[in-house]
Design a protein around this ligand. Structure first.
Ligand code: GLN
Length: 272
């Protein structure tokens, strides 16, 4: 279905275009299991779409400062998915990113993990991934005063902070092999560590670094945008193909009825 990868240019999201490609008129919207019946699936709590994520990945997911409730792009997506499926949304407490796929695979706790999660072959071997709903790339972030480049960071004297188990961590290991790669539990910890001088750089998803620098880290800068051409998908158990089909159908509806565009504008409209 996806004939070419669309990179984020200047940070604009192009998910709508990708999903629009599968449309709602053709009937089948699932690329993972076209035989699945979207009307038959199981839920861990009846009538509810139970969701898990790592809630330290703004603007995709974070916790509201006063209420502690989950908020963000993915949270809005989850609410609309539930609405389009005739369900209520139920968010569980934050957990480490690298535990999300194992939790979904094991089953019994949550129906979906929606976490700015890149669709990768390794993850697809463990769980089903929905159709893509966001395009993303990687970025290298350093202090605004730093003169480091990708080349100078690839050195045994440098420490690169990443979020454990992410595609950013993988990229850093492969492309900055001489540096020490420090896996942390959140991107926020990584950015705080660069801010305080503990680490030399962070490698993380570009939409997140751009948003965070704009919102809260004016003393950091992106020195490199890395066109990895990633796409985010929603993780669902392989035992529940009907749910993947239903989620894909709802995503396609959200593109055609304008919901997706409205959520993009809400979180990225004038920010990125
Ligand atoms: N998109 C990256 C990945 O899937 C990072 C996701 C995240 O940190 N929430 O690995």
């Amino acid at each position: 279905m996806i004939s070419r990868r669309q990179f984020i240019q200047g940070g604009s999201l192009v998910a709508a275009g990708l999903l629009a490609g599968c449309g709602s008129s053709g009937g089948s919207t699932s690329t993972t299991d076209t035989s699945a019946d979207a009307s038959s699936y199981t839920l861990v709590n009846e009538g509810k779409l139970t969701c898990i994520s790592n809630l330290f990945f703004p603007p995709f997911e974070s916790m509201n400062e006063s209420t502690g409730d989950p908020e963000g792009f993915d949270i809005d997506i989850s609410k609309e998915l539930a609405k389009h499926m005739g369900l209520e949304v139920n968010w569980l407490p934050s957990q480490d990113f690298d535990t999300l796929v194992p939790t979904i695979k094991q089953g019994g706790k949550a129906d979906i993990a929606i976490a700015g999660m890149t669709i990768t072959d390794a993850r697809k071997a463990e769980v089903d991934m929905s159709d893509p709903y966001v395009d993303s790339n990687q970025s290298i972030v350093v202090k605004a005063t730093s003169t480091d480049t990708q080349d100078t960071l690839n050195d045994s004297s440098k420490t690169i902070a990443v979020q454990g188990g992410t595609t950013g961590a993988e990229w850093a290991q492969e492309n900055l092999p001489k540096a020490t790669i420090k896996p942390l539990s959140t991107v926020i910890d990584a950015m705080n560590g660069v801010q305080s001088g503990l680490y030399d750089a962070v490698v993380c998803d570009l939409p997140v670094s751009k948003y965070q620098i704009k919102q809260s880290y004016s003393d950091l800068q992106v020195i490199e945008e890395i066109p990895t051409g990633e796409q985010y998908g929603i993780a669902i158990s392989k035992d529940n193909p009907g749910l993947t089909a239903a989620v894909n159908a709802a995503l396609a509806e959200m593109v055609s009825d304008g919901t997706m565009a409205a959520i993009e504008t809400e979180w990225f409209g004038s920010q990125m």
